[in-house]
Design a protein around this ligand. Sequence first.
Ligand code: GTP
Ligand code: MG
Length: 171
Amino acid sequence: GLKKKEVHVLCLGLDNSGKTTIINKLKPSNAQTQDIVPTIGFSIEKFKTSSLSFTVFDMSGQGKYRDLWEHYYKEGQAIIFVIDSSDKLRMVVAKEELDTLLNHPDIKHRRLPILFFANKMDLRDAVSSVKVSQLLSLENIKDKPWHICASDALKGDGLQEGVDWLQGISH
Ligand code: GTP
Ligand code: MG
């Protein structure tokens, strides 16, 4: 059959935000794993949608590994940036990492689509996706298409909406 168009995606965000859980949930159920552990370095994951074949660089968000991110920026054609919506204490750290990303020479002048997941919406402490976009000043991103989805990666809520957007914009 026809080969699907391949898209390279970088999955970024702080440790414990739910990146690996989200990517795992996007795979067909027979390819999903039950035990998710903190990512060491990064892991390359693949999943297909109806029209595209995604290769995801699932990066570790731990401080000691964040320096790895920039080595993969050139290869990325889209970014998934995950936020733990219940982690109010580290929202400012997430903003710092996002700002550093947006100002990087390999990112700054490219029209890379960025999909934000305001994740962990099931938790009582979670703030709304509108609040997350305010706290991260997403309205300042003017030169890249971006979209934010509220998600609960444990149930899978919100993930399809995000992928549909990414798929539409990546064609
Ligand atoms: P690093 O690999 O260390 O960067 O972390 P990560 O962003 O990949 O997070 P990971 O997917 O390992 O998830 C961290 C923890 O959050 C796990 O215990 C997950 O089960 C949990 N988690 C992920 N998504 C959700 C969510 O939507 N709701 C709740 N309640 N827990 C979640
Ligand atoms: Mg991980």
